[in-house]
Design a protein around this ligand. Sequence first.
Ligand SMILES: Nc1ncnc2c1ncn2[C@@H]1O[C@H](COP(=O)(O)OP(=O)(O)OP(=O)(O)O)[C@@H](O)[C@H]1O
Ligand SMILES: [Mg+2]
Length: 524
Amino acid sequence: MSPTTTPTITTAPAAATTLTTPAPSSTAPTNGSLAPTPTATLAIPTPSPTPAPARSSILGLDALFTNPVFAGGIGLAGLGAAAAFGRRALISGAALLRRQLLVNIEISKRDPSYNWVLAWLAQPRDTNTGFLARRLTRLRNLSISTATKSLSPRGVPDEGGAAAKIHADFRVQPGFGRHVVRHAPGVYIAVNREKAGTATTATGEPHETLTLTLLWMHRHVLADVFTEAHALAQSFQQGKTVVYTARKMEWAVLGKPRLKRPLGSVILDEGVAEGLVGDVKEFLRAQQWYTDRGVPYRRGYLLYGPPGTGKTSFIQALAGELDYSVAMINLSEVGMTDDLLAQLLTQLPEKSILLLEDVDAALVNRRQRDPDGYSGRTVTASGLLNALDGLAAGEDRIAFLTTNHIDRLDPALIRPGRVDMMVRIGEATRYQAAQMWDRYYGDIDEGDKGRERFLRRLDELGLFGGDSSDPGVPRRHTSTAAIQGLFQFNKGDMEGAIKMAEGLIPRTFEPEQPSVEGTIKAPA
Ligand SMILES: Nc1ncnc2c1ncn2[C@@H]1O[C@H](COP(=O)(O)OP(=O)(O)OP(=O)(O)O)[C@@H](O)[C@H]1O
Ligand SMILES: [Mg+2]
């Protein structure tokens, strides 16, 4: 008997439960023997290890996940997300650590310490450090700050002359970018010098900042840094007078600090310089007195007189004597307004003498403005009065005003509170001429014979105001600037100076006659 084949009805996928019912054989046994009893088998197969075919999922996700390319992509994306998350965590961790462990100090270019700290950073440092420290502290972005001075052939600074050589002193400073400097063993300072993309300062230069970063535990070092930087800046200015000038909205150092002018080199009439110096020193000693009485701690001086009599030179020498700087404002400068003047006066540089030259210029401006109502950007008389002694006036100030035309000044300007002491610095007197002679020829003039002849010559020329008893002598005057010019022309030559004394007679210049043919001359 041949085995009976059992037909299978599949109603579910292979993986599903299969109900198998044997159907009656199509080929019935012919020998009358009984066919085996049909059996119903309920087969519950174990889950297949292989994924079900795609057609069995509603969304077809199974097929998608079985796709190795897709699965790989998902894996990679997961890895990427993890990396991004890790990175963010690391960044926030680092920021947190920075906040907790580091201290930053930002110095703006506007702050006076900016240049001090830059100069301090440029100082040579100990390179005898470890391999890593040497590499870490290597400056890669540098900028140069050059200082020049003229040296005589003998190497003496500021002696000038045709044969003078220009000596250049190049200082390397950390440039823009990040640097690390080693302050002391184990103490490092990260420096970041940055320039703003746009010009934000009043001078039109891009704004700059310097950020110093230290470990929190080294924060006490900051005090040392600023103290050392300040001391270094002062050592550069030792024996010098710094002159500030108004540049747009702020004070800026004018040129290089000048060598201090000795007070003895400015020869005023007998007792004048001593009186002024004594008064200023007394004022400086009396700060407590002013504070106790609630009076503004200010003093104003007006030096007036003809040109070239030593007004400006005296103020410069006085600043040197007091170890002060000079803060100078030109009132007739275009762009100098009342507001700007008031603002500048309230923020004077520390330890400085305010110098307002040619104060009569403020009044002239007012007169020019009246007829057509023109209001150029210049200081008015009332603006000057308010800046000196109004509500906006700064405290703690020594002001020196100068003018060649005291008669043009508003009486309100020279009232006490604005001007407390007025001194006329006049034409050269016999005393001044003798003193100046001694300064220039004292070492070669034996027995002062040359000086006596020089003074007699000046008397003859009537240069000390003439002789009231002798109408034959003209009444003239000369300036100390003219005498200085004469002596400088005749260096070491007393006879030459006496011979050329006539040159001290002030010259009067006739106004030029307009040419009939016009100013363009025809070729001959
Ligand atoms: N009394 C003086 N003693 C020494 N030098 C003097 C004296 N007066 C003038 N000088 C010299 O003359 C020059 C001009 O002097 P200074 O500028 O101080 O004059 P000034 O009175 O301020 O003049 P102006 O009123 O024109 O501003 C300087 O080089 C200065 O050295
Ligand atoms: Mg002057």
